[in-house]
Design a protein around this ligand. Structure first.
Ligand SMILES: Cc1cc2nc3c(=O)[nH]c(=O)nc-3n(C[C@H](O)[C@H](O)[C@H](O)COP(=O)(O)O)c2cc1C
Length: 279
């Protein structure tokens, strides 16, 4: 541990749920910037950790994706019994360049309720789970510059840890909002309302093009909720959370998500948003 760190923090724990890998990448890069070598990963993407008890010697970087303007519900369910026990936390939400709405406040309140002290927060952009070559959304993000930003955020967290105010909590409502054209957001919302009025059906899970499938079962392995039957390769739509891990992880492009949200978001949210942080 670097001797300049004034708090008694001696370990960094990266806690993430990340079906398509962007939240994990961002959280691990933030951790690289923190001046503490003892870093471990708690990845709850594919299974729940039976015991999640932290201590006031831990800095926990919690990075979760945004689904429908909220923290992915399954992620919160998997950490509902976590005990912060006074651990310092960094709350990070990762979203696909549309918006994160109240997700950051939600995550911070969730951690606060479990006795974590949220000393820093961030909203970061990750390639949208629904992005395809035909309907690109935030392709390649986090990119090199996002990762530099994430690492620099880690360094700023270190600086805070070595200051007198190392355990001063942040008010996540105060984080700077990314630029968003109100007309574009209103158009997006009114399109969804029209779809609802017309009863437009949304896919309940990704589809499989069996002619392209090589039966490698990568989709089965990647699914966070065990929704794909290993023998039939059918997806149980009750279990599917539409995370698209199976789509993005299929090297044969046999899985696809035929959602009308992909072209709608691609068309309306092509201006790249900036990551924002608060310490
Ligand atoms: C079901 C679902 C809902 C989503 N909702 C939003 C959203 O409301 N706003 C947004 O900007 N991105 C949204 N996204 C995109 C993800 O937040 C984004 O792709 C994120 O980088 C995924 O994180 P991961 O790579 O850690 O899985 C959604 C993705 C999925 C699968």
């Amino acid at each position: 541990m670097n001797s300049t760190i004034a708090s008694k923090i001696n370990s960094v724990k990266v806690l993430t749920f990340s079906p398509t890998g962007t939240s994990r990448k961002i959280a691990e890069t933030i951790a690289q910037g923190v001046d503490i070598n003892n870093v471990s990963l708690i990845d709850i993407t594919r299974e729940e950790e039976p015991e999640l008890t932290f201590s006031d010697e831990d800095l926990v970087i919690v990075a979760m994706p945004v689904y429908g303007g909220h923290v992915a519900p399954v992620a919160l369910k998997r950490i509902q019994n976590a005990k912060g026990c006074g651990a310092l936390a960094v709350a990070v939400v990762v979203y696909g360049n549309r918006h994160y709405e109240n997700a950051l406040n939600e995550l911070a309140a969730f951690l606060d309720d479990r006795n974590f002290c949220v000393i820093a927060a961030g909203t970061f952009i990750g390639e949208h789970s629904y992005s395809t070559p035909e309907t690109p959304i935030a392709v390649g993000r986090p990119n090199d510059s996002d990762l530099l930003f994430a690492k620099a955020f880690g360094k700023k967290i270190s600086n805070k840890l070595s200051s007198k105010e190392f355990d001063k909590p942040v008010e996540t409502e105060l984080i700077e909002q990314p630029f968003q054209d109100t007309n574009v957001m209103n158009k997006f919302k009114s399109t969804i309302q029209e779809w609802m009025k017309k009863g437009v059906q949304m896919p309940k899970c990704p589809s499989l093009d069996i002619s392209l499938c090589q039966d490698c079962k990568m989709c089965v392995k990647l699914c966070p909720t065990n929704a794909i039957d290993p023998l039939t390769l059918d997806t149980d739509s009750e279990k599917c959370i539409k995370c698209c891990a199976c789509v993005k992880g299929c090297v044969f492009h046999a899985r696809f998500m035929p959602t009308p949200f992909a072209p709608l978001i691609s068309e309306n949210f092509s201006i790249q948003k900036e990551n924002k942080i608060l310490l």
